[in-house]
Design a binder for this molecule. Structure first.
Ligand SMILES: [Zn+2]
Length: 486
């Protein structure tokens, strides 16, 4: 644990180095983002920076692509945004599969929440209080002040740098790997938010929490528990505290403000309980045997909703052990009790895939698509099953109907590549593998794929010019990033 914090410091020293080599590329150069009024960075630039940032994050952290988890965090986050002081700002929420207790905000409203934070929250209001706090850092534009130095960089370099800063606090080993080529320099980099920033984020986050009908008292309770954990763990304190230092006076302030609201009990949503059960099953810390013991021990405790969540967790643990029949009987039973609960429907679909009953899996995903027409995950799941049952043309037809805003999703490109692979169309296979690698921040691998596509036998003039354009674009971006390492 001590080693971890030493590495963190090394990481920060390396980060300081980066800004002395800020690059000049007029085409890509960003305006001053340090401006707190937000007038100097255009919404388009902010969006591009955010997307580039998210690609870098995808390359370095383990992001959950689970549709249930993604749905839940997105719903909770957007509910809070709708009640924030800037409800029209664009946000995107995602879960990082890491046992470290952390949450972080990047540019463009991209907010990451670690599974460790969700699992360590004892109520949905506690989880919401951290997310509301992060949202406030974004709406108050603290993040641009914190990342001020990156304003002197090109867009891909700035995005990679912000991602590296976050990854350095998150998982020091990875962060340093990403920055190892960078030499010492002089410009100071601020990674922590200031005390004023923190107090403002607490104050504004608390208002959001109240407006969204969560329990405001959960904020001081959760923060205090995190602070106590930091004393207990010493150097291995929750990462969240490194970037958001929690002081006793901050907790007291927040408690004072929270207590001005009348006391009310806010029950946890079923989705919160089910999401926690699912994350518990996917946590790297627990063995399968432990999981089954854990869920079985609690299956008779608490409210009907709590018992259902424990049964669901037990079912998922059986599924992980490939005991499909035991899992299925649990999910069928839960589905009978709560026919509208999406988690149970996706669990049943997963069981069908496991049993290679693709017809049933398709039926279930069709139903889910009708229930949630705007959710891309259910479409992707459905298309993946079409491919598994060799219905390639149908899969391609549906992929062509995926709306533009969902086409940045890595899964979209992977499914396209798989479809063309099944059709032995090598150019398109490699072309979409290139897009897939780019979407997860692995631009070097994207370049390799384009070069493979250029050598394929089915190359024609039209595809050749598309490939040329993309190759130039990818090369320009890697050059911008390599400037950082000079
Ligand atoms: Zn903070």
């Amino acid at each position: 644990m001590k080693l971890k914090s030493k590495r963190l410091i090394t990481g920060l020293l390396l980060l300081n180095a980066v800004f002395s080599n800020a690059i000049a590329d007029d085409q890509l150069r960003l305006p001053d983002m340090g401006d707190s009024t937000g007038t100097l960075i255009s919404p388009q630039q902010e969006k591009a920076l955010g997307e580039s940032f998210f690609r870098s994050i995808r390359a370095q952290l383990d992001i959950s692509y689970d549709s249930d988890i993604q749905n839940y965090i997105q719903y909770l986050g957007q509910t809070l945004v709708a009640n924030s002081d800037n409800p029209n700002q664009a946000f995107y929420f995602f879960v990082v599969l890491s046992d470290d207790i952390n949450a972080f905000a990047g540019p463009g409203g991209f907010i990451g929440i670690n599974s460790g934070l969700i699992l360590n929250s004892e109520s949905e209001s506690e989880l919401a209080s951290v997310i509301a706090h992060e949202i406030a850092h974004v709406t108050q534009r603290h993040i641009y002040r914190a990342y001020e130095a990156s304003s002197r960089m090109s867009l891909p370099a700035a995005a990679a740098m912000i991602a590296a800063i976050i990854v350095a606090t998150q998982a020091p080993d990875v962060g340093i790997g990403a920055l190892s080529a960078i030499q010492a320099g002089s410009i100071q980099m601020q990674i922590n938010f200031t005390r004023d920033n923190e107090q403002e984020a607490d104050r504004i986050g608390l208002k959001t929490l109240v407006r969204a009908n969560f329990d405001p008292r959960s904020m001081p309770i959760f923060f205090e528990r995190l602070q106590q954990a930091s004393r207990y763990y010493g150097a291995g304190a929750p990462e969240f505290l490194r970037t958001h230092p929690i002081t006793t006076s901050r907790i007291a302030d927040t408690r004072g403000r929270a207590e001005t609201y009348p006391y009310r009990q806010v029950p946890n949503s079923q989705d919160y309980l089910l999401t926690k059960a699912k994350l518990h099953v996917s946590s790297k810390q627990s063995s399968l045997k432990d999981l089954i013991t854990y869920f079985q021990a609690q299956i008779e405790q608490g409210t009907a909703e709590q018992r259902a969540a424990m049964q669901y967790g037990l079912g998922l643990s059986y599924l992980k052990q490939q005991k499909s029949n035991q899992a299925e009987s649990i999910f069928l039973n839960l589905n009978k009790l709560y026919p509208k609960q999406v988690h149970y429907l996706t669990a049943l679909a997963q069981v069908s895939v496991e049993k290679q009953d693709f017809a049933n899996a398709k039926d279930l995903y069709l139903k889910l698509q009708q229930q949630f027409p705007n959710n891309p995950d259910f479409k992707f799941e459905y298309i993946a099953i079409l491919l598994k049952s060799d219905q390639v043309q149908q899969a391609l037809q549906l992929l062509k109907l995926i709306p533009y805003e969902n086409q940045q999703h890595p899964r979209y490109y992977l499914l396209l590549a798989q479809s063309y692979g099944k059709l032995n169309q090598a150019v398109n296979l490699h072309r979409y593998m290139a897009e897939y690698y780019y979407s997860i921040g692995q631009t070097d691998s994207a370049i390799v794929q384009i070069k493979l596509a250029q050598k394929a036998k089915d190359l024609n003039f039209y595809l050749s010019s598309i490939l040329e354009d993309r190759l130039n674009f990818f090369i320009a971006e890697t050059l911008a990033l390599k400037e950082l390492q000079k």
